[in-house]
Design a protein around this ligand. Structure first.
Ligand code: SAH
Ligand code: SF4
Ligand code: F3S
Length: 460
């Protein structure tokens, strides 16, 4: 049986897809890169913005056509859209299976049943804010994941936390991923050891608010700093990253201190601000002011002077004025992020912002602010990247770059530094068709030229 799996959304979804792929391979399925050649199509979906959902809807339209000539094809919508929309998704005639993120362990069974019994099936969590997902089932499924199907060789995600309790007013995640819970440290350690034994060198711990990780066992409460310390001791793990951090005082110093003291912990912090206007931050229910946010960045830089910081912003939140936006521009300038992810506000059904606030910033103003903020960020990124010129950086090699063929007979490789900068360089000569031998290994690259997002160099 051949499976085509397409993943939308954040690292949580990428991890879920890797786990699903790993388990289906163990069950004998093969993976193909095209829906037309597949017996089963899995779309692992995201609900965070309307655009992400629309892309899935248009895929489902195409799949309907494929099914007209291939009626045995099984189509499953899994992930956050599945949880949000449930059996409403059966309005799309192509859909056979709807399966939420907490039910991924059931996918192998659901596929088999869909093939044998040819009936539609839905598995999602009812009343998701009241019940935690079936943690035990998910935990068993998760812990067996061996990391052999990561999209980047030698790197794997490990979930430290499920869900989110923050309820930022614009955000759908608490409604589709359920209550915030931290996995027991021993499960994380056991999984990480297994991954390291399988050759994984970089572990990225995942949580919607990873710095809020907290696990009580007897008298001891483990926080993220403790977890970083414990994972640092695992042989084979060389780099340790964690995303995404939420701007809050609790444990912040301990975590940054751990970064300063533990050589394996990468000096990289992804800590979204979302806005620079206190009024908008309040309406977003973020729980901090722009001054408090900047203080956290100061603390981080005092303890780890060379820390690389990345941010997220939403422009065009309801009521955002030119003045509010000017404050966001100001914050970006002060924060000096290595990069920022900038999004236009998208109302999400069921969220507080959607229920109570009118989406009243015109589309063209959203576009303009998006563009302007990107430009401001680009200049900062350009200056920060330029500082690398002449330096030699260590990168974990991911594989050939997209433009690999342009480099003549030397394969062009792409990798990432500990600070999450992308580095592009010519690999060692390889015969045609051979996978570049450095993928999944560390390399030293001497930087000769930079652009705002990329460091270019030569193997050192
Ligand atoms: N848990 C992470 C982010 C999860 S969603 C955190 O809190 O930082 C990733 C990003 O999508 C968010 O940081 C936010 O910038 C953006 N986002 C979330 N909901 C959105 C919405 N309704 N419209 C536009 N962007 C949104
Ligand atoms: Fe969404 Fe806020 Fe939770 Fe992040 S912290 S997932 S933005 S509700
Ligand atoms: Fe999207 Fe779900 Fe992640 S909504 S951002 S895939 S948690």
């Amino acid at each position: 049986m051949k499976v085509f799996l397409q993943t939308f959304g954040c690292q949580m979804n990428k991890l879920d897809s890797a786990i699903i792929e790993s388990s289906l391979r163990d069950a004998g399925y093969q993976f193909v890169d095209n829906a037309k050649n597949a017996d089963v199509v899995l779309l692992n979906t995201c609900s965070v913005r309307d655009h992400a959902e629309q892309r899935v809807m248009s895929h489902l339209g195409n799949l309907k056509h494929i099914k007209e000539t291939k009626s045995d094809l099984v189509v499953a919508v899994i992930g956050c859209m599945a949880q949000r929309l449930g059996d409403e998704l059966f309005k799309q005639s192509a859909v056979d299976i709807v399966c939420g993120p907490a039910q991924i362990a059931e996918i192998p069974r659901l596929i088999t049943e869909a093939m044998q019994e040819k009936k539609k099936a839905v598995a999602v969590t009812e009343k998701i804010r009241q019940v935690s997902p079936d943690a035990q089932l998910l935990e068993r499924f998760e812990i067996e994941y061996s990391g052999d199907d990561t999209d980047i060789p030698a790197q794997a995600y490990v979930r430290a936390m499920h869900g989110c309790d923050k309820f930022c007013s614009y955000c759908v995640v608490p409604y589709v991923r359920g209550p915030e819970t931290s996995r027991p440290p021993e499960a994380i350690i056991e999984q990480t050891k297994r991954l390291a034994q399988n050759g994984v060198k970089q572990i990225t711990l995942l949580g919607q608010r990873i710095n809020a990780y907290e696990y009580k066992a007897g008298d001891k409460t483990y926080c993220l700093a403790d977890l970083l310390g414990m994972i640092s001791k695992i042989d084979g793990v060389e780099w340790l990253k964690f995303v995404t951090s939420y701007p809050s005082q609790k444990y912040f110093k301990e975590i940054v201190q751990a970064m300063a003291e533990l050589p394996k912990v990468c000096r990289y912090l992804h800590i979204p601000a979302q806005s620079g206007s206190d009024q908008i931050l309040k309406a977003m229910n973020r729980g901090y002011t722009s001054a408090e946010y900047l203080e956290l960045l100061d603390t981080a830089r005092q303890i780890v002077p060379d820390i690389a910081i990345a941010g997220d912003f939403i422009v065009g939140f309801p009521g955002e004025t030119d003045e509010d936006f000017a404050q966001t521009v100001d914050l970006v300038k002060k924060a000096r992020y290595k990069n920022s992810f900038i999004f236009k506000y998208s109302p999400r059904p069921g969220t507080i912002a959607d229920k109570r606030l009118e989406d009243n910033v015109a589309q063209e103003i959203k576009e303009r602010r998006n563009h302007e903020l990107l430009k401001v960020q680009e200049e900062i990124s350009r200056a920060l990247a330029a500082e690398f010129t002449g330096q030699t950086v260590k990168v974990l090699v991911e594989g050939p770059s997209k433009k690999s063929h342009q480099a003549g007979n030397l394969p062009q490789l792409i990798g990432r530094t500990a600070g999450d900068w992308i580095a592009v360089f010519n690999g060692p000569p390889a015969s045609a068709g051979e996978t570049p031998r450095l993928a999944g290994r560390f390399a030293n690259v001497k930087i000769t030229r930079t652009t705002p997002l990329t460091l270019f160099g030569e193997l050192f």
